[in-house]
Design a binder for this molecule. Structure first.
Ligand code: BT5
Length: 321
């Protein structure tokens, strides 16, 4: 209902309560209640006794009405579940992803303003106060499960592109899932999937971007390695615009991936690489390997050259500082 009222308020400078009541087939008191709801959400609406209601400004909230307005994707973000607060969008998305048979569709999003238990990889914590973009995308790709690394890499390309378009800042990608600005982490990606043999049942891509956040709100031990877009650009960044741009870029690259054009995505990934050519240490869980990052292969794996010249292919791991 609030969405319908917004639609009419956007069409004209002033709309009377009477007209709204007639169009929506509700009472004027019900219209008034909906207007109060919108005001509580952060919409600035004035009212004039003779002319009616006037929408003065809208909030930079990631609510579906705002994110979907002007969103030019075909299927990414066509259905959005929005929550002011959530434990983790990836957890919520994974629960929903199971319901494909009941009509859950590819590209459905879960978005929240803040997460109480945001997740990183391997059970790590992801801090998600208000002011960031915390969202997950449900996908049902007809690809082999080995594509999971490629999905993370293509998401990183979509994220750097969106950040560049919206802020003119050029971030770098640290293999496999970190986006950095000035060596500090501004964004992380968590790709999870359920698969059987050669079939993917579902994929959930979660992305977290520190947009209008003061990194000093993070725990002390990660403050030195984190940053937000606002801190780099010196001004608030419009989250709705950034989220829309990311979703548009995401759909573009995901379509390329589905057409098996990963090599062209990889080419772009390499332009933003923070990793290639560097001497690094990679934590692979059971061991730590040191070497030079010489390439990312067609599967999205990191190729490390050890001091003795041996080449190691790493599908998943964490680059240590
Ligand atoms: C990641 O893990 O970078 C994946 C982060 C994915 C977050 C999104 S938000 C929406 C969706 N819902 C979720 O619950 N998660 C996804 P990893 O590479 O394991 O990095 C985790 C590490 O990053 C932590 O151990 C901290 O050191 C650091 N960290 C935590 N919060 C951060 C933040 N907001 N900004 C930058 N670094 C952070």
């Amino acid at each position: 209902m609030t969405g319908d009222i917004l639609k009419y308020l956007r069409e004209k400078e002033y709309v009377s309560g009477e007209v709204l009541a007639r169009k929506l087939k509700i009472s004027r008191v019900a219209v008034w209640k909906q207007i109060q709801k919108l005001k509580d959400m952060g919409y600035k609406i004035t009212s004039d006794q003779n002319l009616g209601y006037c929408l003065v400004s809208h909030p930079d909230l990631l609510i579906p009405q705002e994110v979907q307005r002007g969103l030019s994707t075909t299927y990414i973000g066509k259905k959005i579940y929005y929550f002011p607060e959530l434990e983790s969008t990836n957890i919520a998305a994974k629960e929903k992803a199971l319901h494909r048979a009941e009509g859950m569709s590819e590209g459905t999003l879960i978005i929240t303003e803040r997460q109480s238990a945001g997740k990183g990889r391997l059970g790590r914590e992801w801090f998600s106060p208000a002011g960031g973009i915390w969202l997950s995308i449900i996908l049902y790709p007809q690809l082999s499960p080995s594509y999971i690394s490629r999905i993370t890499l293509m998401t990183a390309v979509a994220a750097v592109k969106a950040i560049e378009i919206c802020t003119q800042i050029e971030p770098q990608i640290k293999w496999p899932n970190d986006i950095l600005i000035n060596e500090k982490k501004v964004c992380g990606i968590l790709t999870e999937m359920s698969a059987e043999l050669d079939i993917i049942n579902w994929v959930v891509v979660g992305i977290g971007v520190n947009v209008n956040i003061d990194h000093q709100r993070f725990p002390e031990d990660i403050q030195a390695n984190t940053i937000s877009l606002k801190e780099v650009s010196g001004e608030e960044v419009l989250r709705v615009k950034l989220a829309q741009t990311f979703l548009q870029e995401f759909e573009k690259y995901y379509e390329k991936l589905k057409r098996k054009e990963f090599s062209s995505i990889l080419k772009e990934w390499k332009l933003y690489s923070h990793t290639l050519g560097k001497k690094i240490r990679v934590d692979m869980g059971e061991r730590i390997i040191t070497g030079e990052a010489i390439d990312i292969n067609e599967e999205g794996a990191l190729i490390l050259k050890k001091e003795d010249g041996e080449l190691i292919k790493i599908i998943s791991g964490t680059i240590l500082k």
